[in-house]
Design a protein around this ligand. Structure first.
Ligand code: PXP
Length: 251
């Protein structure tokens, strides 16, 4: 059975544009309000160690002013844990983070970092924060996420989006297989990174994926047609792909 598919709008790059000049414009909190109006089910923000986009003040204002669930993307560090416990977002997605990377490159190594991650998953879960691990579509990573007691995994769609042709089909097959494995393990399955109007459909069609987190493309598209219209179109493409896949399965 296909489940509801939620859209989490990542507003990091609204902050990137603001920070290019300093000041308050464009305001990621205003973008979050607009995203809610346009059909987002949640707001995602990544507070990076170097604060290159989202700031501590953004997290404070998002927590105070936004009614949609907040999904805080965070590295597994003591500083970020303290911030997450203080703000108590609805969800925390643990991501790998390297200072020099342009964006989150590849998923978290839950297998290699298992002992380190265990305390973070437990501390966040104890405070009622829904923990998700951002991992590559890989069976060993999924199994470790399950053993760590994380209720959610987010599958990294970056490689699927970057490659083309047969390679993209292979990456899609990995995502489909991993999403099915997540369901068998009792893990809620999300997906995200790099998704665009062109790449979202096949991922939205995977019946056990229940949430997509999308940011950079939407903020880029906003330049040409507006943020609200980009989100509305993304939402429509997701819903159509989902509905078409469900009717193809039942035919
Ligand atoms: N999901 C996670 C865990 C991420 O780290 C990111 C990027 O911050 C996204 C989704 C969204 O990726 P994009 O901005 O490429 O849509």
């Amino acid at each position: 059975m296909a489940r509801e598919l939620r859209l989490g709008v990542n507003i990091d790059h609204v902050a990137t544009i603001r920070n290019a000049r300093g000041g308050r414009h464009p305001d990621p909190v205003r973008a979050a309000r607009l995203a809610a109006k346009a059909g987002a089910d949640g707001i995602t923000a990544h507070l990076r160690e170097d604060r290159r986009h989202i700031s501590d003040d953004d997290i404070q204002r998002l927590s105070d002013q936004i009614e949609l669930p907040l999904n805080l993307e965070m590295a597994a560090t003591p500083e970020m844990l303290e911030i997450a416990l203080r703000h108590q977002p609805h969800a925390a997605c643990i991501v790998p983070e390297k200072r020099e990377e342009l964006t989150t490159e590849g998923g978290l190594d839950a297998v290699g970092g298992r002992d380190h991650l265990a305390g973070y998953v437990a501390a966040l879960s104890d405070r009622g924060i829904r923990v998700s691990l951002f991992i590559d579509p890989d069976a060993a990573q999924l199994e470790t996420a399950c053993e760590l007691g994380a209720p959610v995994v987010e599958l990294h769609t970056g490689t699927y989006c970057e490659v083309e042709g047969a390679a993209r089909e292979r990456e899609l097959a990995r995502l489909v297989e991993a999403a099915a494995r997540a369901e068998t393990l009792g893990l809620e399955c999300h997906a995200g990174h790099g998704l665009s109007f062109d790449t979202v459909g096949p991922v939205a069609a995977i019946p056990t994926v229940v949430e997509l987190n999308i940011g950079h493309f939407l903020v880029g598209e906003a330049i040409f047609g507006g943020f609200e219209s980009a989100i509305t179109r993304m939402r429509a493409l997701m819903d159509k792909a989902r509905a078409d896949a469900a009717s193809a399965r039942s035919a």
